[in-house]
Design a protein around this ligand. Structure first.
Ligand SMILES: Cc1ncc(COP(=O)(O)O)c(C=O)c1O
Length: 405
């Protein structure tokens, strides 16, 4: 007897309501591509889609790990050499002092977000996240029946978070405050003063502070300070990983650490370790290879940053020359988040992005996908592509804005 399609009522609202704008827009792009249209993908922050390459010492270390037989399950919290390498890297690069037992290897930061939210978010809990934010922070909080509330980041001030808006939204339901520095999608890098404001607010209200620093070395002007390095007696959960800085997003390797004064996170850590045990472990050869990589010299990054800086300068200059578009210059990461003057021509940023895609084949992500409040009327463009591709996408965008096609 043929099996009937599963009735929609049997599927949870939990999965029905989650979204991930960065990949959701690809569905339409792929359909257009299948019908013969050429698409320029400027939507996803994967550093090796175009002309950047994973450093060879990393690839060699990964192959060596597999050849040496590190293909079994590993310890759930991560192999000791990986955890030790994270401790050394955090000290060397970010001046953060942690102990190896405070580090948990994860399948990218993405898994870390899921585990931490699973442990902290009760039905009805609220988590304060940047507005605009990296979308999984919105999705995972909702997934666990909580609400992610975005705090305003001030575009005119380089997308600096507004401390008054953070304070105004803290209630007895607040479970945590998240900051992303350098920021996706705005490219903003926070000053020491801004980070200290976060630390002070978290300390004042006794809230866990979650600091996502995945772009910690993809910076163009000032070197960012790590939150944990500035938070003397305020506990911080740090998220980091190898996807971006080491150009290995497909390895799915990252980590979280607990930076504490007096074991404030001891119980939380136990509950996160339980989740780590349930999912057995993260990619074992990647942990071995990353343990090597994290100790390597950063020489490979210099040319990467020089090319990214050139692309950052190119897109910020050209976008500001286009009628109806204005933007601040990113200070880190590889994203730019321009404002669109919708001018009664489009009902919202999503219809703008879809019309741009249909008419020009250029795919960017609508800003409201990063926050319906503070991201609306914007779009995010990823400037990882080489200058000729960026230039022709910007030519197309300019023509679209000025001539409508
Ligand atoms: C701020 C931020 N955190 C985390 C991630 C995901 O990192 P991972 O590949 O380690 O899951 C991204 C990816 O774009 C990001 O922008």
């Amino acid at each position: 007897m043929p099996i009937k399609p599963l009735h929609s009522d049997l599927i949870t609202n939990r999965t029905k309501t989650i979204q991930y704008a960065i990949r959701d827009v690809v569905v339409t792009a792929k359909r257009l591509e299948a019908s013969g249209q050429q698409i320029t993908y400027l939507n996803i922050g994967d550093p090796i889609v175009y002309d950047f390459e994973t450093p060879s010492f990393l690839v060699d270390a990964f192959c060596a790990a597999a050849k040496e037989g590190h293909n079994g399950y590993s310890a759930s919290a991560g192999i000791p050499t990986f955890r030790k390498a994270v401790v050394k890297k955090e000290k060397r690069i970010n001046q953060v002092t942690i102990h190896e037992s405070d580090v948990i290897a994860t399948a990218g930061i993405s898994e870390g977000i899921q585990m931490v939210m699973a442990a902290l978010v009760h039905p009805g809990s609220e988590v304060l996240v940047p507005g605009p934010t990296y979308p999984p922070y919105l999705a995972f909080v909702r997934f666990f029946d909580g609400t992610a509330l975005t705090y305003r980041c001030i575009e005119e001030e380089g997308w600096r978070p507004d401390p008054d808006d953070i304070r105004a939204q803290i209630t007895d339901k607040t479970a945590a405050i998240v900051l992303i520095n350098p920021n996706n999608p705005t490219g903003s890098v926070y000053s020491e003063k801004t980070i200290k404001t976060f630390v002070n607010i978290a300390g004042e209200y006794g809230l866990p502070l979650i600091s996502d620093e995945v772009y910690d070395r993809l910076i163009y002007d000032q070197t960012p300070k790590s939150t944990a390095a500035l938070a003397k007696d305020v506990p911080v959960i740090g998220f980091n990983g190898l996807s971006k800085v080491y150009l290995v997003p497909g390895w799915r390797i990252g980590y979280m650490y607990f930076h504490h004064q007096n074991h404030e996170f001891a119980e939380l850590k136990e509950h996160i370790l339980k989740q780590a045990r349930i999912r057995i472990c993260t990619n074992a050869p990647a942990q071995y290879a990353s343990a090597v990589a994290l100790q390597e010299s950063d020489a490979y990054l210099k040319p990467v940053l020089a090319r990214l800086r050139e692309r950052r300068d190119l897109v910020s200059k050209r976008l500001n020359e286009i009628q109806g578009i204005s933007t601040s210059k990113p200070e880190g990461a590889f994203y730019i988040f321009p404002k669109i003057n919708l001018n009664n021509r489009w009902t919202n940023d999503e219809t703008f992005v879809m019309e741009l895609l249909h008419k020009t084949g250029v795919l960017v992500v609508h800003g409201s996908g990063f926050d319906p409040n503070h991201g609306a009327n914007h779009f995010r463009l990823v400037f990882l592509a080489p200058p000729p591709i960026l230039n022709s996408a910007l030519d197309a965008l300019q023509h679209f804005m000025e001539k409508g096609s």
